[in-house]
Write a protein that binds this ligand. Structure first.
Ligand code: PMP
Length: 360
């Protein structure tokens, strides 16, 4: 665990030296039993994180690549997009750029789209899939994926595609139990591996859909990933150094245990939220964007007219935080408390934030 973290961007997050060092190992040929063993370990361990017995594909590309795989293989004509912020919007725009018709369900920043609105929209019928961002990194909101999936399953053919880029490894995900058809994620967030790997798991229903999807493309063709995964390989030359890093980190995650890891994330988020709420109560110009009860355990977005001065002050204190993101870009900042960060580390950050707020 990192006790004296300084880098609290909501992805990429701080990576431990041991994980970085793993990337210095010599290359191996990717069509060998050695690589297959490495890939098998990665896929199996990611399956635990995703809560699935399905294969979790490892894509050499960032999280957005995995999102595009989900859209191209999982949708044909019409998509319902639950949009809680910038990344929900990215899913929606991606579907549009792939020629799909998209209906958006939106809400005020920090709020969540009520399940009744999802039910109502789906009752209109005709949607191939619903897209949703589990942890909306732009505003720090955690969506009720289980609830949305339950409603989508009631309405028959509609698949559920989930962006878990900033939740996987930091919040519980139960892909199979929730009836989710696709979970995608990436290496650089709560899994605390350097950026460059995308992950995607597909249900049997999604594979059926992919077989009739006409624009799966080549690089992100889910069916090619499935074909190669049958022998623990990837269709193209994988980012081998990142797989080394992933191997070391997934072993550490297994050692920590997912329950302990999720509890640590919950505790970091609570430490952050309690402190900000208390500061706000004492008149400091800070306010948590996400409503209580809908907060992500991995990222806290804070609304503040003083955001630029706070970010600069924190930089002077040696801490890097995340800037604000649409739709509240200019007047907010974000703390990424994910990956291998710790509660003592978050407290150090909050001590520095207190000093910065006093100077305002
Ligand atoms: N979705 C979410 C929720 C994210 O936080 C991010 C990255 N900030 C992405 C998608 C895109 O991931 P990447 O930058 O790895 O393509």
């Amino acid at each position: 665990m990192i006790e004296e973290g300084r880098f609290f961007v909501p992805g990429p997050t701080e990576v431990r030296p041991e994980v970085l060092d793993a990337m210095r190992r010599p290359m191996i040929f990717h069509r060998t039993p050695e690589m297959e063993a490495l890939m098998e370990r990665a896929m199996r361990r990611l399956g635990m994180v995703f809560g699935t017995g399905r294969t979790v594909h490892v894509i050499s590309g960032s999280g957005t690549a995995a999102m595009e795989l989900a859209v191209r293989s999982g949708t044909l004509r019409r998509v319902l997009a639950v949009v809680h912020g910038d990344f929900g919007e990215r899913f929606a725009r991606m579907a549009e750029s792939c020629g799909r018709e998209v209906v958006r369900l939106t809400c005020e920043p920090g709020d969540v789209v009520p399940l009744d609105r999802v039910r109502e929209a789906l009752a209109g019928g005709g949607f191939d899939a619903v897209t949703v961002t589990h942890s909306e990194t732009a505003v720090g909101v955690l969506a009720d994926v289980e609830g949305i999936a339950r409603i989508a399953r009631e309405s028959g053919e509609c698949l559920v595609l989930v962006d878990a880029v900033s939740s996987a490894g930091g919040a519980p995900i139960a892909m199979d139990a929730w009836g989710v058809d696709c979970v995608v994620s990436a290496s650089q967030k709560a899994l605390a591996v350097p950026p460059g790997l995308g992950f995607a798991a597909a249900s049997a229903r999604l594979l059926e859909r992919a077989r009739v999807a006409r624009d799966r493309g080549t690089y992100l063709d889910l069916l090619r990933y499935e074909e190669f995964a049958a022998r623990w390989q990837s269709p193209t030359t994988p980012a081998i150094p990142l797989l080394y890093a992933l191997d070391v980190q997934m072993e550490a995650i297994e050692r920590e245990g997912l329950v302990t890891r999720f509890e640590r994330h919950r505790a970091m988020a609570a430490a952050c939220a309690d402190w900000i709420d208390r500061a706000a109560g004492q008149g400091a110009p800070v306010q948590i964007v996400a409503k209580a009860g809908h907060r992500s355990p991995t990222v806290t977005a804070i609304r503040s007219a003083a955001a630029p001065a706070i970010l600069a002050g924190m930089r002077a204190e040696g801490f890097t935080l995340g800037g604000g993101q649409a739709p509240i870009a200019g007047n907010s900042f974000r703390i990424g408390h994910m990956g291998d960060h710790s509660v003592p580390g978050v407290r150090r950050l909050l001590d520095a934030l207190e000093r910065v707020l006093r100077t305002l």
